[in-house]
Design a protein around this ligand. Structure first.
Ligand SMILES: Cc1cc2nc3c(=O)[nH]c(=O)nc-3n(C[C@H](O)[C@H](O)[C@H](O)COP(=O)(O)OP(=O)(O)OC[C@H]3O[C@@H](n4cnc5c(N)ncnc54)[C@H](O)[C@@H]3O)c2cc1C
Length: 378
């Protein structure tokens, strides 16, 4: 029988990350305030944007509908991967070698920056892509060859996890801890941040919330999941889907020193320093039902995750957490970083891989707003 019904009610829906990220409580926006820039969305991307804006010396107000890191940014798998969502050889064939390689290099530099900025939240582990069968192993080889030609760091891998590729420069992080660290640092640097303050209207130079209003010279919408709802003009190119995860009690029966992703990146897991496992994926098993804004664990995907946990990850550790969050995919596989209305910019649609790319795009949009140009665009 599925363990779904036996997950403690207390943890159902809450990410495992919430347990060891010191709490953060920010006020609700209740006034009419003015700033140079208003950032809507305080996940990793929005907070990266806030940081870059503060460094440029502009005044910033940030608002979030829920809490800092309460979306995908604090509820994800904790992988810090260089590159965009598509593997390098696939990215090369769609976007060209130059653009794909530039994207890889920019994200690698961003990953280094993230590690330097919040070292307490980051572990330099490398990551593994493990093939599920011979066909995927051949695809790993094609990826390795394309990366090798372009001078990008990758090695063949054979080990207890299986066969595939090792990316020595990738890392793992505690995503919610990082978000809260960035929010604390931004507040200390003078940014005014508000939680439970959903932007209900975004007009030219104005963000309206239920109890307040911000007038700003520029507005940045840094929202991944649900981007096309906040900015309906992006609905043709952006679509929201939920991704699901589970977490376990410490798993003494297995040892995974590095984050692993498999089945062409659809499934992923890692073991934390306290030996707990976080495992996500199987979006494809959920089918059309997963293309929703109303993120919550579903029996179908959670059963597939459980099966993977027992048969592939091979641990018997009890499941303690199950959670989900929305992200958005773009039709061309590249993130949206652009001006969408007069004085309104958007950053989002990271196609499931937004921890590093989102931070980069958050900084890129900050540069677009303050300088009119950015050298961080993918
Ligand atoms: C289960 C799961 C696993 C994942 N694993 C990985 C991984 O291992 N590696 C990786 O690179 N990526 C991963 N991702 C993707 C990655 O988490 C996201 O792409 C990234 O975190 C997006 O961050 P963000 O700050 O851009 O957006 P979000 O996290 O979506 O944050 C946007 C914020 O905006 C707020 N908001 C929304 N609408 C409004 C509004 N109207 N007014 C005010 N605020 C609003 C939300 O409350 C939210 O806090 C995963 C995602 C999920 C869900």
């Amino acid at each position: 029988m599925s363990e779904l019904s036996r997950t403690t009610g207390e943890h159902a829906g809450a990410p495992l990350w919430a347990e060891d990220a010191p709490a953060l409580e920010l006020p609700v926006l209740r006034d009419e305030l003015t700033a140079d820039v208003c950032v809507v969305g305080l996940g990793g991307s929005g907070l990266s944007c806030v940081r870059e804006l503060r460094r440029a010396g502009v005044s910033v107000i940030g608002v979030d509908a829920g809490s800092v890191g309460g979306g995908a940014a604090g509820r994800n798998g904790g992988f810090l991967l260089a590159g965009i969502a598509a593997f390098h050889h696939d990215a090369t064939s769609v976007h060209g070698r130059e653009r794909a390689t530039r994207a890889w290099r920019l994200t690698l530099a961003e990953l280094e920056r993230i590690a330097g900025e919040t070292p307490e939240a980051v572990r330099r582990t490398g990551s593994l892509r493990i093939a599920i069968d011979d066909e995927e192993l051949a695809d790993c080889e094609a990826q390795r060859a394309a990366m090798h030609v372009d001078g990008l760091p990758v090695e063949r891998y054979v080990g207890p996890e299986g066969r595939g590729l090792l990316f020595p420069r990738d890392a793992s992080f505690q995503p919610l801890l990082r978000c809260r660290m960035l929010a604390r640092e931004a507040s200390a640097a003078g940014a005014r941040l508000f939680e439970r303050s959903k932007a209900t209207r975004i007009g030219e130079g104005e963000v309206v919330t239920a109890k307040g209003r911000v007038r700003a010279g520029a507005i940045v919408v840094a929202v991944d999941g649900g981007l096309e709802r906040v900015l309906p003009e992006l609905a043709e190119r952006v679509r929201t889907v939920q991704l699901q995860m589970l977490g376990t009690a410490p798993a003494a029966d297995v040892d995974y020193p590095r984050p692993v992703y498999s089945r062409y990146g659809l499934d992923y897991w890692q073991q934390l320093p306290d030996r707990r496992i976080v495992l996500g994926g199987f979006r494809d098993v959920g089918g059309e039902e997963e293309w929703t804004h109303d993120a919550r664990p579903t029996p179908r995907v959670q059963r597939a995750l459980e099966q993977c946990l027992r048969e592939r990850v091979k641990t018997r550790a009890p499941i303690t957490h199950r959670w989900a969050a929305p992200v958005s995919f773009s039709t061309d596989g590249m993130p949206v970083v652009e001006q969408v209305r007069p004085r309104v910019w958007a950053a989002g649609a990271y196609s499931g891989t937004g921890n590093v790319v989102g931070a980069l795009c958050g900084r890129a949009v900050a540069q677009l707003v303050t300088q009119g140009t950015s050298d961080l665009l993918l």
